[in-house]
Design a binder for this molecule. Structure first.
Ligand code: XLS
Ligand code: NI
Ligand code: NI
Length: 437
């Protein structure tokens, strides 16, 4: 691999905050320690194959604009194999050590399942070779169960059993390829697992079928000895009117109801959180406190457009909030920060892929340092601890331990009178956060 695909673009150096070189990191210094780990160990950046290599940047009003000179635009296996080397050159030059893919991003869907499986195997050979040559690893794989027209009414939740079976067959193969490539995880994002109208929908059966698909995948995972993590990725709508895995709480409820807690954790994406009407910090907190925060799709949405615009994250406040949750769970294990993000349609040159990833990596480096500093400082934690301290002893401790009854509460208030409350100090706490940004 020798600068064949991105000529003139060097390996991106770290030059520090004073640098004015657009092709340099100002904050992401891979081997610099923050606390007891290096930045790259904390952040575990991954590059999304579908956006970086396959997104032509079309939108609902116009066709693709992206210039990708290495790509001949065909569905040939040869083109797919060549693309692997463009992807890996890009990751080497940006210092991104993981990638993620769907089966149909890396290899074409051909005339039948057997042919598509063969194509995927052929490209997987190439991926394995590229991984071995570069040391770059697979963060997670997945199956695309939403693009082909057979999935127009869902995959695991399709009303048609043969469509379910096709989807399950695709999951089987994608899982096996992920295993062969040493993937650290496997994602289930239910692209069309939802409904367009309830007038034609048996919701209960659809949800049971989706759970069946996940149980089959768990069984196959064990059978083939795949040790990576399984993740489910919440998203509330788009393309469906309603998607069953709509937010963290809905996913957790689904996993609990169907006996899948412990088998799957969550892969949480910022733009999906905001489409669900939540902050990313909320979605991460809900998952973390359930012990089910697995991995993150690092992007951001546009509040004005209101679609899943999958933009690169540049907002330090956002990255700080994300890294607060990641640090508080003790860091990633199998997960990482996958840039499930694309350049704007107007940013169509190959070099824009570099600007986009550099910006996202620098934004997360700053978020990491800021979150670490806020935690080290301790004032916010101390405030929260103190805020709930009436439960640490006395009557509050009886409430928490479950030994107080409604009668006890009544007797307590009759004896003590009107309770005292104190300010929530939101503004003061926001000012503390800003001291570090
Ligand atoms: C789309 C999803 C998708 C998943 C993987 O909105 O984010 O890219 O991450 O299927
Ligand atoms: Ni995603
Ligand atoms: Ni998205």
């Amino acid at each position: 691999m020798s600068g064949e695909f991105f000529p003139g673009i060097p390996t991106i150096p770290f030059e520090g905050p004073k640098s004015r070189n657009p092709l340099a990191f100002k904050h992401y210094n891979a081997d610099e320690k923050v606390g007891n780990k290096t930045m790259k160990e904390h952040l575990r950046f991954a590059c999304a194959y579908w956006h970086t290599m396959r997104n032509g940047l079309a939108d609902p009003f116009g066709g693709p604009t992206a210039e990708r000179p290495w790509d001949d635009g065909t569905d040939s296996v040869e083109n797919a194999r060549k693309r692997v080397w463009a992807m890996f050159e890009f990751m080497q030059k940006t210092g991104i050590e993981f990638y993620c893919f769907h089966d149909r991003d890396v290899a074409p869907e051909l005339h039948d399942l057997a042919a598509s499986n063969d194509a995927l195997d052929a490209v997987a050979d190439e991926l394995l070779q590229a991984q071995n040559q570069t040391g770059i690893k697979l963060l997670w794989g997945t199956a695309c169960l939403f693009s082909h027209k057979r999935y127009n009414q869902g995959a695991g939740t399709s009303p048609y059993a043969d469509v379910f079976a096709y989807a399950a067959a695709q999951v089987k193969k994608a899982l096996e390829v992920t295993h062969r490539l040493g993937g650290e995880g496997y994602v289930f994002w239910g692209g069309r697992e939802g409904y367009a109208t309830l007038w034609n929908t048996d919701m209960k059966r659809e949800l049971n079928h989706l759970a069946r698909l996940l149980h089959m995948a768990v069984a196959h995972k064990k059978k083939i000895g795949f040790r990576g993590a399984f993740y489910i990725e919440p998203k509330p709508r788009e393309p469906s009117t309603h998607q069953y895995d709509s937010d963290s709480a809905a996913c957790l409820n689904f996993l609990r109801e169907h006996g899948l807690m412990g088998e799957l954790s969550l892969n949480i994406e910022t733009n999906h959180a905001t489409l669900a009407g939540h902050t990313m910090m909320h979605e991460l907190r809900v998952a973390r406190e359930a012990g089910a925060l697995g991995s993150i799709d690092a992007n951001t949405g546009d509040e004005l457009i209101g679609w899943d615009t999958d933009q690169f994250p540049t907002n330090i406040y956002l990255t700080t909030q994300i890294m607060m949750e990641v640090l508080r769970m003790g860091g990633f294990t199998t997960g990482g920060l996958n840039f499930d993000a694309k350049c704007r349609r107007e940013s169509f040159e190959p070099i824009d892929l570099f600007h986009a990833h550099i910006g996202g990596m620098d934004a997360f480096a700053r978020g990491l340092k800021t979150a670490h500093a806020i935690i080290e400082d301790g004032r916010i934690d101390a405030f929260v601890k103190e805020r709930y301290s009436s439960y640490d002893s006395g009557f509050g401790a009886r409430i928490e331990s479950g030994t107080a009854t409604l009668e006890d509460c009544e007797a307590h208030i009759l004896a003590t009178g009107e309770p005292l409350t104190r300010s929530g100090r939101q503004e003061m706490l926001e000012n503390i956060v800003n001291e570090f940004i």
